[in-house]
Design a protein around this ligand. Structure first.
Ligand code: ATP
Length: 205
């Protein structure tokens, strides 16, 4: 995945001024002080924010500033596990899983069920997200992150709010992915993520 001359600012708060980077398969640890732009970078790559200039390329698919939105082909290859709870509090966990899965092609429902089970979410499936704990809300997105067949995984502080067993499952799964290759994983974390890290990007320097 290539980032070419990215320019982005919130008003006059400039975060990226012609920044380029390349991430191969495996885990890239995105580091930086509070406010350095880590979450913003993931939002940009997810298509949730529009870059002012520059472009992104992933497996032959290009997304450039000036496009009215991230192309469907880009979004279907990308999953953004945001650090906030899912923005659909009225849906149950099961409905949220089904709703988001429905926006991706070739989803294996069995893989989603396996991740739900491994993350200890099975008993909470009929709970509305608004009544779920923070950890259960985060695990809903993580189950999708680990199950959907995407080429680019954007994980914003994925270990936050996880119980010990779920944190271990996440670390083990990411470690296996990193060793197998094939998926580009950008992971923000203020602490050592305990997975094999291929590259580190330090933002805000
Ligand atoms: N919607 C917004 N409007 C204006 N400024 C914003 C907005 N979102 C973030 N910012 C500012 O952009 C900067 C980068 O924010 P961002 O959340 O990307 O940083 P971060 O590196 O992820 O921080 P943290 O480590 O605290 O999570 C901060 O100064 C923040 O105040």
């Amino acid at each position: 995945m290539n980032i070419d001359r990215l320019v982005f600012a919130y008003g006059q708060r400039w975060l990226f001024e012609g920044w380029s980077a390349r991430a191969g398969a495996g885990v890239t640890w995105v580091q930086g002080a509070n406010g350095s732009g880590k979450s913003t970078l993931l939002r940009l790559l997810a298509g949730a924010l529009a870059p002012r200039h520059g472009s992104f390329e992933l497996a032959g698919c290009r997304y450039a500033a000036g496009d009215s939105s991230a192309p469907l082909a880009w979004r279907q290859q990308t999953f953004w596990c945001l650090s906030d709870p899912p923005p659909t509090p009225w849906l149950t966990i099961a409905e949220c899983l089904g709703f988001v899965s429905g926006t991706y092609p070739d989803v294996d429902a069995q893989r989603v069920r396996e991740q739900v089970e491994a993350l200890g979410l099975t008993k909470a499936l009929s709970t509305p997200l608004r009544d779920a704990s923070l950890g259960q809300q985060r695990k809903t997105l993580l189950a999708l992150a680990l199950a959907l067949p995407v080429k680019l995984l954007l994980l914003d502080e994925p270990f936050n709010a996880l119980d010990t067993a779920s944190a271990r499952h996440l670390a083990d799964t990411l470690t296996a992915r990193a060793q197998r290759g094939g998926q580009v994983i950008l992971l923000t974390s203020h602490v050592e993520p305990h997975v094999p890290v291929r590259e580190r990007w330090l933002l805000g320097d």
